[in-house]
Design a protein around this ligand. Sequence first.
Ligand SMILES: O=C(O)CCC(=O)C(=O)O
Length: 312
Amino acid sequence: MKPFHEIEAKELTPRSVCSAMSEDGYLLIRAVLPGSAVDPVLGEVMQVIAAAGWLLPGYDPVERMANNGAACGDPDPEFKRTYQEVFNLSAFHELPHHPALRRAMKMLVGDHMLVHPKPIGRLIFPQCDRLTVHAHQDYRFMGGDPECFTAWIPLHDCPVEVGPLRVLEGSHRLGIVQHEDQNLHVPEISAADTMGGEWAGGRINAGDVLIFHSLTVHAAAPNLSKQLRISVDCRFQDYRRVLNPANLAFAGDSGKSWDKIYSGWPSQNLKYYWKSLPLNLKPSISELRELATNAEPAAMRTRYAKILSQVS
Ligand SMILES: O=C(O)CCC(=O)C(=O)O
């Protein structure tokens, strides 16, 4: 594996970020976020995790020492319960809007920037192979316009043995790659190692941000340590480009809703910020109305109706 192509945040320019993205499909930006932005989020997440019994007693929660007897991950019900509590934290949603990250992402996306409102938290137990995220392209899950970019943000220093992300350099140029989905909870690219290009990886520290194109193939390294690996990933695009409205809503059976999530937030600032932007939804609101009435099978009508009720 080759080392990441990296740059210090203070040296970042629109030209350097755009040329790295077009050549390699990713860039590791060092020292984007200050400790004062990242550490409190880790603190709040670890309080939730400690209360769930996922940590060994006798350690400070921010040491993240895992109680492997509690190991779980999506779609285990105990994982979903705890994950929902993390997702409800307003601090978790504020991080992708930090001015330093916005500044870096605007160099890539331009001024008409949408920060997707559903960041993903990764709470990865160590020594648990089934919880490692395998090779995939985010476009497979996001749809919309491929000119969409992910920022992967560890909430603590992440040496290779703790399982940071790695990327297949230049793979954004392969176009949309076939994912296997039979018998898999999460579709993956089983042929990633034979697709050409070289994997790039290495240590990613708290405050660093790994950014990559939605077609860049990437995977997590296995977490071989004794500690949980905690990170946030979120997506950014020009809001004039096509956006799949599923990225704004909760279409599953979980009963999640923005009203419930927002109810515990101390500030109004980020509540429904995305509704005030002139988004280019595909399907559009009128197409969603039609799909909610006529799509087949019935489960798809239900799904579209849920999305419609949350985005309109
Ligand atoms: O953090 C992980 O384990 C996976 C993250 C990922 O696949 C992503 O950010 O798209």
